[in-house]
Design a binder for this molecule. Sequence first.
Ligand SMILES: [Fe+2]
Ligand SMILES: [Fe+2]
Length: 281
Amino acid sequence: MSAAAANRVREAVASLDDTADRLASQSRRYYHNPYQTAWPQAVDPEGTWYTAPELSSLYGTPWWEGLAEPARHRLSFFEAVNFFSLNIHGEKTLMAGLASRLYRPDLAGIADYLHHFLDEENKHSVYFGGFCRRYARIYRSRQVQFPGSPFTAEQEDFLFFAKTMIFEEIVDYYNARQAKDVRLHPLARFINQYHHGEETRHLVFGRRLAARLWEVCAPAWGEQAREDIRRYLRAFMVMAWREYYNPGVYADCGFDDPWGVAEGAWQAAGQRAHRRAASGR
Ligand SMILES: [Fe+2]
Ligand SMILES: [Fe+2]
């Protein structure tokens, strides 16, 4: 990174020092040990809800209408397994990005909070992995990583925090609602509740940092680069949402044409409206 770019990043990050200190002290105060949870031996996928029905990817589609209650429960179970799986994949990338930024001189002021951020993501994945591996499996990610990047290191910093924020905003839409939903299996509800609690802090940090990096750094990039970045982030958001319509889920629920179901659900008017509402922030 050029000296001018590093100075801009340092300036943007400096205005977050107080926020990062406050969030770090909250992380210490609410420090959570993920190894004290009592996991049931087994869960019954058809016995109750694991995802709120209104948040199912098939809600409002003809496929939903065609399912009896136990089959809807089963779908809600595999949707939860998919939600937890996509979080594992997102958090792996996130942890790698946080680790690579720890103790970088221009990010020194937020190093303490980056430690908590990284620690908390790791613990989230302990829960997500614990659920998926005990009761089902981890679905593989369909996201493709392309080698190389057309962006500068400074732009990559902004993109890393902006993508993290977009990913976490979508996830938190689900977490926040399901944390309060007494219809859910207590374990599924707990995982949403716990995740929401820590993600609230990550989002305070991420929203401020992404905004500051854009304000301080982006004016030096030129209009073409800024437009490329906007287009890239729009594509990232579509890709992030696509993971919520996983043919593997529909196959595990016995649908004959899981890819057709995924495409039909993605196009359904009710699901478009849901994605718009959930992307509001
Ligand atoms: Fe997380
Ligand atoms: Fe997070």
